[in-house]
Design a protein around this ligand. Structure first.
Ligand code: SF4
Length: 418
């Protein structure tokens, strides 16, 4: 009889959100959370396949599980490529699709069965003040380097009423930050409700909360969204807009369907309409055939846009993708060098951008406590702020507080509670 469970989650916010739905199903079946993997009757591994290193971590975990010789039952779920599913299935009791979450109870031999779409299952949030809400799942874009369309399949948008209800519930329970999640939120569509319309509906929900969203594909980023971001005051002035490369030829090989000129035009409009917007991006260095000259175009773009943050990945081959057919011809040494160059530029531009906040009084959502009663939080622009006063007050966690910014550094701000 299964009594306790332990979930290990790898990957993005979408996987974290899926684990919150898995938690809800398991707890409805009467299982209790075990903090320690070794003591759990059921171990769920929610995996990610976006990079080979993420897959390798699961192989590492398999070795650990084998060496521990546990009696626990094991489930593998999440983003899994067919070839990995085949290889890994013998190491787990069950390999279950997250989309079939309502049938997991049957697979685990529980009598209780919940027959409904997995996104209709009420999640058990791991965090009550910053809540992840999926608005869609899957992706139709087939970027040449990405496995998501193969692991999560075609794009499906959730009914907007379900999303609004979930946000209302979360806000009623104290959520101060709502993250709307999807592989490409800009292509969200439920009847006449497009993504900007969905933002408008959520913006009307009473309460003091911020709306954030990720990910945005530049090819679907319309002027109407910029207008909505400007007028819907709950929408945070922060955007992650993945560019992936600053070179048009590489973008074409990546199957990104936009040019760097299109991208710059969006950024220009965003900065004009929402002057305080903070921007981050995702970029891949060393994509097959990327020459030094082509990489220089990414360098130039970084210098021009002056990002606040960048998630820089060194290209790694993923089976099943189009890019897998290309020779991975940029050496790892060169990839590391390119990664360093971009990191250096972002460190400089982020520092310059951060300095502008000195002297400002801003709202900060407190989200963590370090040892010795120091508190950290995020501004609406998604800047990390360290509070200089040391305060013993458990009630601070998850609260929106006013902070006067006194110092800026490369990766964040420092300030005093006012
Ligand atoms: S938009 Fe491209 S990178 Fe993003 S999930 Fe879809 S295929 Fe992957």
């Amino acid at each position: 009889m299964l009594k306790t469970y332990h979930i290990i989650t790898y990957g993005c916010q979408m996987n974290i959100s899926d684990s919150e739905r898995i938690t809800s199903v398991l707890e409805n079946l009467g299982l209790k959370k075990s903090q320690k993997m070794k003591e759990a009757d059921l171990i769920v591994i929610n995996m990610c396949s976006v990079r080979q290193s993420a897959v390798d971590r699961v192989y590492g975990l398999i070795i650990k599980l084998q060496s521990l010789n546990l009696k626990s039952q094991t489930i593998l779920t999440g983003c899994i490529l067919k070839k990995d599913k085949k290889k890994m299935s013998s190491f787990f009791n069950y390999v279950l699709d997250i989309k079939d979450l309502s049938c997991w109870s049957k697979a685990l031999n529980f009598k209780k069965e919940i027959k409904r779409d997995y996104l209709k299952i009420t999640p058990r949030y791991s965090n009550s003040f910053s809540v992840n809400i999926p608005i869609m799942t899957g992706c139709n874009n087939f970027c040449a380097y990405c496995v998501v369309p193969y692991t999560r399949n075609k794009e499906i948008s959730r009914p907007s009423n379900d999303i609004v209800k979930e946000v209302e519930n979360a806000v009623e329970k104290g959520a101060k930050e709502i993250w709307l999640l999807g592989q490409n939120v800009n292509s969200y569509k439920d009847g006449k409700t497009t993504f900007p319309k969905l933002l408008e509906k959520i913006n009307k929900i009473p309460g003091d909360f911020w709306i954030r969203f990720t990910s945005s594909h530049p090819k679907d980023f319309k002027d109407s969204l910029i207008k909505t971001m400007k007028t819907c005051k709950k929408t945070a002035p922060y955007l992650n807009l993945p560019v992936q490369s600053g070179d048009n030829e590489i973008l074409k090989k990546m199957n990104r369907i936009y040019t760097i000129e299109d991208y710059k035009e969006i950024v220009e409009k965003l900065k004009k309409e929402i002057p305080n917007i903070a921007l981050s991006t995702d970029v891949i260095v060393g994509f097959p055939t990327e020459t030094k000259k082509q990489f220089q175009n990414t360098v130039n773009l970084f210098k021009e846009i002056k990002y606040d943050m960048a998630y820089i990945s060194k290209y790694s081959r993923r089976a099943q993708t189009e890019a897998f057919k290309l020779k991975d011809d940029v050496s790892i040494k060169e990839k590391i060098k390119r990664e360093r160059i971009l990191n250096k530029i972002v460190a400089k531009t982020a520092f310059e951008n951060n300095r502008k906040y000195i002297g400002e009084i801003t709202d900060v959502l407190i989200d963590s406590e370090t040892k010795n009663n120091s508190w950290l939080g995020k501004t609406k622009e998604y800047k990390t702020v360290k509070i200089s006063q040391k305060i013993k007050n458990e009630k601070l966690m998850g609260e929106l507080v006013k902070v006067k910014i006194t110092k800026a550094s490369l990766w964040g701000l420092k300030g005093e509670l006012v």
